[in-house]
Every structure is written in C-alpha cells, then in structure tokens.
Design a protein around this ligand. Sequence first.
Ligand code: CP
Ligand code: NVA
Length: 302
Amino acid sequence: MTALRHFLEIDDLSPAELTDVLDAAERRDPPRVLAGRGMALVFEKPSARTRSSMELAVVQLGGHPVSIRADEVAIDVRESAEDIARTLSCYHAAIGARVFQHDKVERLAAAASVPVVNLLSDHEHPCQALADLLTIRQQFGSFDGRTVAYIGDFNNVARSLALGAAAVGMALRIATPPGRAPTAHDVDRVRGAGAEMLVTHRPEEAADGADVIYADVWASMGQEAEAAARKLEFEGFTIDDALMARAADDAVFLHCLPAHRGEEVAASVCDGPQSRIWQLAENRMHAQRGLLVWLLERAGGA
Ligand code: CP
Ligand code: NVA
C-alpha cells in the first residue's frame, strides 16, 4: 500500500503521473478496482456532465455511485466538512465533491481516509483538464510543439487547463478582458512548470497559429447575477469564424460546456467542423475512469 492520494488540483499529479492517468483513460478493459464498493459524489452546484460521467466511470469499474445533493448533506450547515468526509469514508472507496469554496474540498480531503476528487470548485476543475488533455492528445497524437489558446474569463476551468497544459509541455496563450486575467501567482505557477505563457487582452494575439482554441462561459455558476454586466465586459471575446481562421489550419475548438452560443462562441464554431466538444464531453468519463484506477491502486484497496 502506498500513501493516500487526492486529486484537488491538476498539478497534484506530476507530469509523469498525468501521463499514466491519460494512458489508463485509454483502456477499455480497466481493472475492476471498485467491485462491490461505492463512490460518494457530493454536489453543491448543478452538473450535467460531471455527475453522469463520474457515475458511469464508477459503474465501469464495478462500483456503485451514490450521488448526494448539497441540501442532503449541507456541508458546514448540518454537519462539518470533516465529519461528512469521515462518515462517507466508512462506506465508500472514494469521495468526489463539487463545491463553491475550494477549501471545502481541501478539508474533505484532510479528514477523509479514502481518495477525494475535486469535481469542480471555484478555483479549479481538474477532472475537466484531464479530459481536455486526453482530447488534445487524441487529436494530435502527442503534445509536442502544441499551443493552447484560452479566450475568456481566467476561471476554474482555465486555471486547471493552463496548469495541465504546462505540465505536459504545451505553450499557452491566455486572452482575457482587463481584470479577468490570471494573477501573478497563477502566472508563476504555470511558468514554474516550465511553460511558455502569453497573457494578453487581445483575442487575436492569442489565437494566431494556435492548435487549440478553448472557451468557457463568461459567468460561472454562482456568478449568475453578474451575467448581464459580464456580457458587456467580454464584448469582443466571442470565438467566431474570423478568430478561428487565425489559428493553425488543423486547429480544433474545445469548450468544457455548457456553451452559450452567440456569447463566448459563435454557433458556427461550436457546431462546426473544427469543434471537438462532444468528443471532449465523452472523454470526461474515460479520463475519470483512468483517474479512479490510478487513485485506487495507490490507495491500496484495489
Ligand atoms: N463541464 C462540466 O463540468 O459540466 P457540468 O457542469 O455539466 O458537470
Ligand atoms: N466555469 C464554469 C465551468 C462549468 C463546467 C463554472 O464554474 O460554472
């Protein structure tokens, strides 16, 4: 048995471990590491993809997923995050949680005796980044010499993508409106991973020659009240055909979804020939299955 590992941020895995997880994700005959065991999935926010893809990944590994809505456990309202983690550890081989404040998932992990997986926090969405990397590797065969351009709000999805892309050696371009850019700490982390990173307020500069153009919503979950103001703030950041034309000839468009056609992406791009959004959505399940195999083999219970 080796030390218990959690997956709260994409760089909780070393570059070599990330590759191992991506390789495990490609296996269609995975070891049934969850046979007769459960995984608890706690959701403080809605989910279409993460819940279904994680539930199915658990089933494919022989396990039983138990999805729990926030109001059913009410973290820190009915009971502390620590006691919820200790309780769920009594029954389950792993715990996943989608939370608002990132420190909640950290506290769950600190108290749990089984691996904890971040299913999205306000800070990071590492499961999404795993699927992003899997999709990019499938598209190009490797990460060598590839550049990812993220255009929009530097949010949870962007942070995990940037750190993940840096870990596997890709170059990064980030285009945001002023005030929505990565912090100096974010930039240090990405450059510290050895990546080339351009930060700009000009989407065209980010898109020029890029291999992957990536979008997420302008207003994330919990920011619904800011949606109208953000629409004005992000004017000019819509990924449209003109912007795609600046990318490499074989560039692809990715979006974590849900997408708002006509806002962060034009319908013609989102549903166009360069879009790989449905491959990416499917890859959520494969990537998470690979992650669970990797985590559970290390937790010693496989
Ligand atoms: N991309 C993603 O995490 O989707 P859901 O919010 O629907 O889970
Ligand atoms: N940034 C978005 C991602 C949704 C998958 C959000 O947090 O709502």
